[in-house]
Design a protein around this ligand. Structure first.
Ligand SMILES: C[S@@+](CC[C@H](N)C(=O)[O-])C[C@H]1O[C@@H](n2cnc3c(N)ncnc32)[C@H](O)[C@@H]1O
Length: 439
């Protein structure tokens, strides 16, 4: 049975609460937002729900530190996720928003009462949030001004070790709201309010989502961040080239490569993410050869629908490898909680294997593009240096096309190294690494 909310704002908060519980079950933010309750919210209510979810995720580490001080007794195991989630959202509103305190306090008490099983916790939730509000200024000063608290020691120290001089700038940029860019797949006029970043790439200043634009529904544009645009954009003219897109789903770069005239074979292991790629191809009317496979098992002479399609090696291979994705923390603040050096090490091993395997599928004189949305040199620069040591047939080349790019994003090794604090006047960027390797 549907819940009768006292008002729409309470509904927005409750949907945010449900999304956060989903994330705590291990789903990604993207998956959690794709549920029906969020989709059913009126459009004008969605930004508040998004704000609550993303800000709560960004500052989760700090909120947990605050509860250690302000919750006298650790909640019982069966209610721990409930209590921490409700209190975190309350903290988020009290410390990081302009909501009226009495409304915040009564809203979270109401949400606690929605379910009979948690009804008895309403008193404690109200009392703790009241105490936090009473000490608001001191709490902000003590906890929210220290990036190590916000990012956690492991991630913060890791970033600081690699960006010692710009660590403050980097942390500030990673805590900003993300921007949304759109890619023109066809020659359509730039919609009003959008700013051209590159010939086919545009940005809306206020983070408006483009899904409701007619040209999106008609498949003439797609969502693609400036960072994700670079690997194919910097490859220059790829018309008529045979391109293998490894780790392709949901397919932003696949669409870009097809629209740029390449003959694309796209491979990914995930059936669910490939479904998105199929949807994207259907919406845009573009065509590619799609194969569900582990990259390490992809073979040149097997494809789903054309046994001869891959007999010859590829002119260009794009390997957009799985990584810690720390460059996308603005969009995916759950990465702050999920990052660990152990996980990174496992990803590094996989990236190295994929890079080596991909290199065997490339034609002589072909170009292997290696990309990761990670800020860590271990997943980027160092991965390439190691690869070159054991693959002397390959060398790093300058990105073939750099027209319209800020020269600071190409480093002295000829790598593209985009950082979140680059181009602040445009709203910053996702962090990204790209290397072009010629065989
Ligand atoms: C960074 S995302 C790719 C984004 C995509 N290139 C785009 O532009 O939309 C990494 C992808 O690697 C895929 N992946 C992870 N391990 C894989 C493996 N062993 N073989 C093939 N794909 C894999 C994931 O399913 C995920 O879709």
């Amino acid at each position: 049975m549907g819940i009768n909310y006292k008002n729409e704002k309470l509904r927005s908060r409750h949907v945010a609460f449900e999304i956060l519980l989903y994330v705590h079950k291990g789903y990604s933010l993207k998956e959690a937002f794709s549920g029906q309750n969020f989709a059913a919210l009126p459009d004008e209510a969605k930004p508040f729900t998004k704000f609550l979810v993303t800000q709560t995720m960004r500052y989760q580490n700090v909120f947990l530190m605050i509860f250690k001080e302000y919750l006298q007794k650790k909640p019982q195991n069966k209610s721990i996720k409930f209590v921490y989630t409700i209190l975190s959202m309350g903290c988020c509103e009290l410390l990081l928003s302009q909501q009226k305190t009495n409304i915040t306090l009564s809203s979270y008490t109401e949400i606690t009462k929605i379910d009979k099983k948690t009804n008895h916790l309403s008193g404690i939730i109200r009392a703790v949030l009241g105490k936090i509000d009473a000490n608001k200024e001191a709490i902000i000063q003590q906890y929210l001004t220290d990036y190590q608290n916000i990012f956690g020691s492991e991630l913060y120290n890791h970033l600081k070790a690699h960006y010692p001089e710009t660590i403050t700038e980097l942390c500030q940029a990673l805590l900003q709201e993300p921007v949304t860019d759109i890619l023109k797949l066809q020659d359509v006029p730039t919609p009003s309010g959008y700013q051209a970043l590159l010939p086919n790439l545009m940005r809306y200043e206020n983070g408006r989502r483009p899904e409701n634009l007619g040209i999106f529904v008609d498949g003439e544009i797609t969502i693609q961040s400036f960072a994700s645009h670079l690997p194919i954009y910097c490859m220059g003219d790829i018309k008529g080239k045979k391109l293998l897109d490894l780790c392709a789903a949901p397919g932003g770069k696949t669409l870009q490569a097809i629209a740029s005239g390449a003959d694309v074979t796209a491979v990914d292991i995930s059936a669910k993410r490939l479904e998105k790629l199929h949807e994207n191809l259907k919406r845009t009317g573009l065509k590619a050869n799609i194969i569900q496979s582990d990259v390490l098992e992809f073979s040149l002479d097997t494809t789903d629908n054309d046994p001869n399609a891959n007999k010859d090696k590829f002119d260009i291979i794009l390997l957009d490898a799985p990584c810690t994705a720390t460059g996308t923390i603005r969009k995916n603040p759950d990465i702050i909680q999920n990052f660990s050096l152990d996980k990174m090490k496992k990803l590094q091993d996989l990236q190295a294997k994929m890079l080596h395997y991909a290199s065997t599928l490339l034609k002589e004189n072909g170009v292997l593009i290696y990309a990761v949305c990670s800020l860590s040199p271990q997943e980027g620069e160092q991965q390439i240096f190691k690869f070159l040591e054991s693959n002397p047939k390959f060398s790093v080349i300058e990105p073939p096309c750099v027209a319209g790019l800020d020269p600071q994003i190409i480093d002295s090794n000829k790598f593209v190294r985009l950082l979140p604090y680059h181009t602040p006047d445009q709203g910053g960027q996702d962090g990204f690494f790209v290397a072009y390797l010629k065989k």
